[in-house]
Write a protein that binds this ligand. Structure first.
Ligand code: LHQ
Length: 255
């Protein structure tokens, strides 16, 4: 069985962490496979990506057995995580994390590096790093304060509490909470909605929001104008404009 299962349907690439015996703990093999599959997700037929976990959880984070067993080189290993996080962040199409059960440690980092998060009602998040005397990695010290603010991020990182799906929703950590039994269907429905959207514009939107966090309004106004120049030339924009004027629904092709 593959450590990351891949399923493609109607423009949606679903990547499922598949090591249920360790609660989908992330090890070198899984991360290498995830990196390879995310690189393939740049193909234009893929218009949305879903990350999720097989069995009862999303992911328990770094495989602690691997850390203990092999005396893993932290720097080499972290570069695997970092390549994956960079791919998630720069992939010019929506990435949706569908969180079942728990997302812990670097598993939570991957959920936070996605563009949107949908969670089952019984899911929870735990930063976990401090519980084993480590600092946040895989981008969490960047993504978490941006999502929940610095004070809350400090609390979640220092004290490592269990954060329920409802609490996560209230603090802006997840976008939607749905009944557990509807998580798969609602994830796929949202992913299909994204996969029929203006893919180029979504990609440019990702660039814009990423740029905005370290930029002044003045610089951002110029950058927005550059991106709009690109979006304004897409076929999707032109046909959506025409559709609006003709009072009919647009049909996005992703180009
Ligand atoms: C596991 C794991 C796991 C292996 C459960 N590994 N087996 C760090 C270092 C270096 C480089 C890169 O990045 C990082 C970042 C990190 O991710 S640090 C944080 C690592 N993760 C954790 O510390 C979480 C550890 N796990 C837990 O706290 C709990 O298992 C959670 C809260 C996830 C779930 O609790 P339960 O639902 O009560 O399940 P459980 O604890 O009974 O676990 C079930 C099985 O899964 C069990 O194995 P067993 O053979 O006894 O059934 C666990 O040993 C195994 N497992 N997490 N990360």
């Amino acid at each position: 069985m593959e450590d990351v299962q891949s399923h493609f349907d109607q423009g949606v690439l679903t990547l499922t962490f598949n090591r249920p015996q360790t609660l989908n703990a992330l090890n070198s093999e899984l991360l290498n496979m995830l990196e390879k599959q995310l690189k393939q997700a740049t193909d234009s037929t893929v218009r949305a990506v879903v990350l999720t976990g097989a069995g009862r959880v999303f992911s328990s984070g770094q495989d602690l057995g691997e850390l203990k067993g092999k005396g893993l080189d932290f720097q080499v290993h972290l570069s695997r995580y970092n390549r994956v996080v960079r791919l998630l962040s720069t992939l010019e199409k929506p990435v949706l994390a569908s969180v079942n059960g728990v997302a812990a440690g670097a598993g939570m980092s991957l959920a936070l590096a996605s563009d949107l998060r949908i969670a089952g009602a019984s899911a929870y998040f735990v930063t976990a790093f401090m519980r084993i005397g480590l600092v946040p990695d895989s981008g969490m010290s960047y993504t978490l304060p941006r999502l929940v603010g610095e004070a809350k991020a400090m609390e979640l990182l220092m004290l490592s509490p269990k954060v329920s799906a409802a609490e996560a929703h209230a603090m802006g950590l997840v976008n939607r909470v749905v009944p557990d039994q509807e998580l798969v269907s609602q994830t796929q429905a949202l992913a299909r909605q994204l996969a029929t959207g203006p893919t180029r514009a979504y990609g440019l939107l990702k660039r814009a929001l990423k740029k905005s966090s370290g930029t002044s309004l003045d610089e951002m106004l110029d950058y927005e104008a550059i991106l709009q120049g690109i979006a304004g030339k897409t076929k999707d924009h032109r046909q959506a404009l025409q559709a609006f004027l003709e009072k009919r629904a647009p049909s996005f092709r992703g180009c």
